[in-house]
Design a protein around this ligand. Structure first.
Ligand code: SF4
Length: 1023
């Protein structure tokens, strides 16, 4: 008979509880009244834990499965990290019991196991079987990931289609059938007794200009706009529906009110403002890292993986790191001694710190000249470099030259080129003893400030690095110090340490850049990496290793189909040059092309921040229908509350549809709600945000049966059923029986979600060397047998078992040994780093007609008209800065998980000791924070570890919907839960830009991203 002593539990339940208990011992004591406190002892070590999902016989190594539970590898979407996880499913009750990590996945395990490992053996890797197992491949979900699965069973989930009753935003709904919903939103009509509403079918007009006389804005079809949150692996289908089938160009995600400023600054360096590549430090091999405005393991992406690697590196490796942030959080680790350090900084001034460091590096010859001097790929390869830059390229600086700010090109000197002028075929020029010459296969001078002889005469030019040095020299160290609040000797010590490790040092950043100078701050911080030449080097920074994409592989082409539409016209978010518009041309003809009626952001991706302004102002064009897809800009954008009333007006936005499992603040102002799947009910394929050196595709599949109501065809209602049904009702191309081409050009159906995602899995499985076929045992032990019938029915005989492998192992993962070739990254970034960004250096602000620096620079926060924010809101009147920070446990959508609310229940405002004493504030006092944009009252917590004159508010609380207010559905009241209304929302303090003629929130002038870090404020104790 099996006894406890000779059976090793495979599940990490005991270990997980032990870890949890160590970190939250106090909380556990409070929680543990009852089941976990020992008051109700049970034979099980962990109180009331479910039976283990499998056991391993230590004698034979056999895995003995628990027949009542499935053990499935899939993906957590408790945050945007989207880790590969393993879940235990109670088969009888269709319920996920526990979540832990997927040992195949680099997002959850270090080192992750070889992909060839059979699924059954992957369980052994998690056990203590054998001397090297157990902790070696320990694979975890974070605290939030363990709790947020409760959202599946959240009683406030929307499970049936809803239609508003009464005014928009009144909180009154009626349930309707899916078929009625599809009919109404497609055909329109007098849907609410408020007059005719155009349906999607009418809006899909691909011929009539959306603005008469302004063809650059495209057709009326652009009047349908779709706001998404994050690509959770379902966006390819959404984009197919919106862009290629419906024909609208207007799609955006949430980045502009999340970490977009950092991404844009990085995009400037990497030369792509739309995709915004970014590199991460090689956490395990770096010797020194500066985290600016991000706290490793506390926030950022992928936050759980970073936390794990940092903990290892500071304990077992050689890593020292400094967190430069207005708020000290748990990223500084006491037991690590001087290996981790916190440096407080005045909010929004990271650019001053970075430019001070850059200045010191120039003055002390601590830049990597050998790397920076290589002007081309050929030169870099010849010099043994892993990348190159445009540091040596000459920029035209002659103020009267028509190409001011552009790079000097070969054609400017009259050289013959084999291609179009100023195309890639037209060489960049570098300085030489004999004048300007094409950038060639050898090093070039780093600094030049002089004249180049061109076919049009002499032209003043400088190298990119010269321009950067000039920007860095614009202020003294002491002036930079005064601006950022970091002592000058600390700035020097940071620069010295950063340049004392060769290439094994790095700077990392993220959400802290969401301030009024965010773009340039981020560009300057990332430039530090380039100045030491650390990209693509072990111990330096690395771009993501890439992935195995689902939408275009050897098996099926999900990206193209017969009859696909190419959307036309400028997007509503104005992230394109103003100079392309009829407005510019008309104003130019009238002699005054600037200012435009609102800001334009050609060096930015799609901007949700600006979409709302565009919609409520009808500028540059009006919208007719808005779809929110699992997103919440009404909660997430600072200052947006000033515009929400206009959004509620059906004359402004005639139709708003939400696809969401919950009624959040944005869903609440919708006309219709389509329920959607949650967490482990959904499909999708994702890649890591960064920091993983190997190719990684994480797969998500419904390991439990979704809860939503079924439609008349027997399919669960959700995003996919909505897209497919509306497309078919409108007769759009790309959906229906002949929609998906295979490699031979045969067309396959797209009538169900499975038609899409299973073919996606076939692509993931067959890219390059195909993955092995899943055995019957793989299917059984992973629970994929649950979808076996669909796999066999949908895919070809030679495909389905390979596709099944993708689900059985929770994705596809290149093995860890492919991370590096020698000291260089295997998947290196293959384009130059831009010390000077030509697009940035030549763009004119639409609101001022003026240009901005093309290199990193320290610039004080400005409003849209170029005036300094401090001029409008001087420090004497607004002496406090408000910033937000994130906890590792809560976010804006995890608060619905009650287990988390028991640990982090609210977000009292955090005030530094000195500031609190100055205002006579003690912990527990009620305080009022007022900014030019709003006011809030909250409870104070006085603590050390906050920069002077700064108040910090944790993000994620202060909801007004999402269960925080009563709603009525079919005359039945769903009462508010006060726990979900707890706390305050920093975004309520966000500011409307007072200089904009058409109302819009305060955003960074280049990236158009929201400002929530460093809001000017007043603090007072409420009597
Ligand atoms: S970090 Fe945590 S919450 Fe986020 S995806 Fe991973 S396990 Fe889930």
């Amino acid at each position: 008979m099996t006894t406890r002593r000779n059976i090793l539990k495979g599940a990490a339940a005991a270990g997980a509880l032990g870890t949890f208990g160590a970190g939250y011992a106090g909380t556990v004591k409070k929680l543990a009244k009852g089941k976990w406190s020992g008051e109700a002892p049970d034979k099980r070590l962990t109180g009331f834990a479910p039976d283990p999902e499998f056991r391993i016989d230590p004698e034979t190594g056999d895995v003995v499965l628990n027949p009542d539970q499935a053990m499935s590898y899939t993906m957590c979407i408790g945050c945007t990290t989207m880790c590969g996880v393993r879940v235990r499913v109670d088969k009888a009750n269709n319920k996920v019991l526990r979540v832990a990590g997927n040992p195949y996945s680099p997002m959850s395990t270090d080192p992750f196991i070889a992909y060839e490992t059979p699924v059954r053996d992957s369980f052994k890797a998690l056990s203590q079987l054998g001397p090297d197992q157990g902790l070696a491949n320990r694979s975890t979900a974070c605290g939030r990931g363990n709790a947020v699965l409760q959202q599946v069973d959240n009683p406030r989930r929307v499970l049936k289609p809803l239609k508003r009753v009464g005014p928009r935003g009144s909180g009154k709904w009626e349930t309707i059938s899916f078929e009625q919903l599809v009919k109404e939103v497609v055909e329109g009509g007098d849907l609410f007794g408020e007059g005719k509403v155009a349906g999607l079918s009418e809006i899909r007009d691909l011929e009539t200009p959306i603005v008469k006389g302004a063809p650059e804005f495209g057709p009326r079809a652009n009047g349908l706009v779709l706001m998404n949150c994050v690509d959770d692996g379902r966006d390819n289908l959404v984009l197919r529906w919106l862009k290629q089938s419906f024909g609208s160009t207007n799609f955006t995600r949430h980045g502009s009110y999340c970490g977009g400023a950092y991404r844009s600054g990085s995009g400037a360096l990497f030369g792509d403002f739309k995709k915004m590549p970014h590199a991460k430090p090689d956490f395990l091999n770096a010797e020194f890292i500066i985290f600016a405005g991000t706290a490793p393991g506390n926030a950022g992406n992928p936050f759980k993986r970073i936390g794990t690697l940092i903990a290892k590196a500071r304990s077992d490796g050689n890593l020292k790191y400094v967190v430069v942030d207005p708020v000290l959080n748990n990223s500084q680790n006491g037991p690590s001694g001087d290996r981790s350090r916190w440096v407080p900084i005045r909010p929004g001034t990271d650019g001053a710190m970075a430019m001070a460091m850059i200045r010191w590096m120039f003055e002390n010859d601590r830049i990597n000249s050998d790397y920076l001097a290589q002007p081309s790929k050929a030169a870099a390869e010849a010099a043994g470099e892993a990348n190159w830059t445009n540091a040596t390229h000459l920029v035209i600086v002659d103020p009267d030259h028509p190409r001011l700010g552009h790079f000097l090109r070969g054609s400017d000197l009259g050289l013959e080129i084999a291609g179009d002028r100023y195309s890639d075929a037209d060489p960049h020029m570098v300085a030489s003893q004999s004048g300007a010459v094409p950038a060639g296969p050898s090093a070039a001078p780093l600094f030049f400030d002089g004249v180049a002889e061109t076919s049009g005469g002499p032209v003043a030019v400088k190298t990119s690095l010269t321009l950067l040095r000039e920007e860095a020299m614009a202020k003294t160290l002491e002036e930079y110090s005064a601006d950022c609040g970091i002592p000058a000797d600390t700035l020097v010590s940071l620069a010295r340490e950063f340049t004392s490790h060769g290439r094994k040092a790095a700077v990392n950043s993220h959400g802290g850049m969401m301030n009024g100078s965010g773009f340039y701050n981020a560009y300057a911080l990332m430039m530090l990496n380039t100045l030491i030449g650390n990209l693509n080097w072990k111990g330096g920074t690395m771009i993501a290793g890439g992935w195995f994409p689902d939408n275009n592989g050897p098996a099926y082409d999900l990206a193209k189909f017969p009859g696909a539409v190419k959307p036309k016209g400028l997007p509503i978010g104005r992230n394109v040059p103003y100079e392309k518009t009829s407005e510019f041309k008309a104003k130019k003809a009238a002699g005054k092309p600037y200012p435009a009626d609102a800001p334009w952001y050609p060096n930015a991706p799609g901007l949700a921040t600006e979409w709302i302004s565009s919609m409520v102002n009808g500028y540059p064009y009006p919208v007719e229908a808005l779809i929110f897809r699992n997103t919440n800009p009404v909660y997430g954008i600072p200052g947006i509350s000033h515009l929400v009333e206009k959004m509620k007006d059906p004359k402004v936005i005639p139709l708003i549809i939400s696809v969401d499992p919950f009624i959040n603040e944005s869903t609440a102002i919708s006309d219709y709600v389509i329920p959607d799947s949650v967490m482990y009910e959904t499909w999708g394929f994702t890649k890591p945000w960064g920091g993983v050196a190997t190719k990684t595709t994480t797969a998500r599949w419904p390991v439990i049966d979704p809860k939503m109501e079924k439609n008349a065809e027997g399919e669960r209602i959700g995003l996919e059923t909505f897209l497919i049904a509306t497309a078919k009702r409108m007769g759009l191309p790309g959906f229906g029986d002949k929609a998906i081409p295979d490699a031979d050009g045969n067309l396959h159906p797209l009538n169900r979600a499975e038609d899409w995602y299973l073919r996606g899995a076939a692509n993931v499985a067959t890219i390059g060397k195909p993955v092995p076929e899943a055995s019957d045992d793989d299917l059984e032990v992973s629970g994929v047998s649950r979808i076996r019938a669909d796999l066999e029915a949908t895919l070809k005989p030679g495909e389905w078992r390979r596709a099944a492998t993708i689900f059985a192992k929770g994705g596809r993962y290149e093995n860890i040994e492919h991370s590096y070739k020698g000291d260089k990254a295997t998947h290196a970034f293959g384009k130059p780093m831009l010390v000077y960004n030509e697009g940035l250096g030549t763009f004119r602000r639409a609101t001022t007609g003026t240009c901005l620096p093309g290199t990193p620079a320290w610039r004080e926060a400005e409003f849209a008209d170029g005036s300094k924010v401090a001029e409008h809101y001087p420090k004497a009147d607004w002496p406090v800065h408000v910033v937000s920070y994130k906890s590792p446990l809560q976010n804006s959508y995890s608060v619905g998980a009650k287990a988390l609310l028991r640990i982090v229940a609210s977000n009292p405002v955090q005030i530094g000791g000195e500031l609190a004493r100055a205002h006579g504030i003690k912990t527990g006092d009620r305080v009022r924070l007022t900014t030019p944009g709003g006011a809030l009252e909250s409870v104070a917590v006085v603590r050390e570890g906050i920069a002077p004159d700064t108040v910090a508010i944790e993000h994620g609380f202060g909801h007004r919907a999402f269960g925080a207010e009563d709603i009525v559905i079919d005359d039945e009241t769903w009462p508010a839960d006060p726990r979900l209304a707890a706390g305050v929302l920093l975004n309520d303090l966000g500011i409307i830009d007072p200089t904009r003629a058409k109302p819009g929130v305060w955003v960074d002038p280049v990236s158009g991203t929201a400002v929530r870090q460093g809001l000017p404020a007043r603090l007072e104790r409420v009597a």
